[in-house]
Design a protein around this ligand. Structure first.
Ligand SMILES: [Zn+2]
Length: 246
């Protein structure tokens, strides 16, 4: 059974190589045979800017200089988060930005396995997830139909595979919101208010630690709105984890 499954995987990969030649999505050059990724070359992998400590406890943005003594960065001080801690894996620039963009808008399912070698370079990030249940931020059904998938669910499943944490897709998006890129911080917060609900029939235990998973942390409005719903539903330990910050 396993051998047959692997055989299917190999055929699937070969078919993918015909549709999407193994060109690095950052450099456009062929991906080296010894690259751990299918769509990122070794030079592109070196241009992922991982976030290290010390960093903001709410969004994961790194601190520089005298800010080290504070818990939150200036952007997060007004957020008043309904969750405890937030981590971001990398800065949303260069390879990180390209990767997220492709993942969201250009048939991103094929890129998901490339997350594994990226995550293995970030042991502290995986430690942060340990012992939690991963909860992806849902898309509105209209948006999910357009895109064909929810990138946050794909990310959560891959994080789950590497970290061993279970994934529970327990939230739904009950409010359709236009893209937020042109909205400022307070407009985003208003826009996201009551955007989520816990799916019917889901039982949440206050003892479980849930980590909300999304592709990027921008103002935190989306993640915070989802965290508020979980808090209202009685969850006491809520954290958030995103790939990109910016
Ligand atoms: Zn912050």
């Amino acid at each position: 059974m396993t051998r047959l499954y692997r055989q299917f995987q190999t055929w699937g990969r070969n078919a993918l190589d015909l549709i999407y030649p193994r060109e690095c999505l950052v450099t456009g050059e062929p991906v080296e045979n010894n690259s751990p990724c299918r769509y990122l070359s070794i030079p592109a992998l070196e241009r992922i800017y991982f976030i290290h400590e010390p960093h903001c406890g709410t969004c994961g943005a790194p601190f520089f200089g005298e800010l080290i003594a504070l818990r939150d960065c200036p952007h997060c001080r007004e957020l008043n988060p309904a969750y405890a801690n937030g981590r971001s894996l990398f800065f949303l620039r260069d390879t990180g930005r390209e990767f997220i963009h492709e993942l969201k808008y250009r048939n991103g399912q094929r890129l998901v396995p490339d997350l594994s070698p990226i995550l293995r370079r970030a042991p502290r990030y995986l430690e942060f997830l340990a012992g939690s249940i991963l909860v992806p931020i849902p898309l509105h059904p209209v948006r999910e139909r357009e895109r064909g998938y929810n990138q946050s669910l794909l990310i959560a499943l891959q994080l789950g595979e590497i970290s061993g944490c279970p994934v529970q897709d327990i939230l739904e998006r009950v409010k359709f919101t236009e893209t937020q890129t042109r909205l400022d911080r307070s407009q985003r917060q208003a826009n996201m208010r009551d955007a989520f609900a816990v799916k019917k029939g889901v039982n949440l235990s206050p003892d479980q630690r849930l980590v909300l998973v999304d592709d990027v942390f921008t103002t935190g409005a989306t993640l915070n709105s989802a965290a508020k719903i979980l808090l209202k539903a009685g969850v006491q330990q809520i954290d958030v984890a995103t790939l990109g910050h910016g």
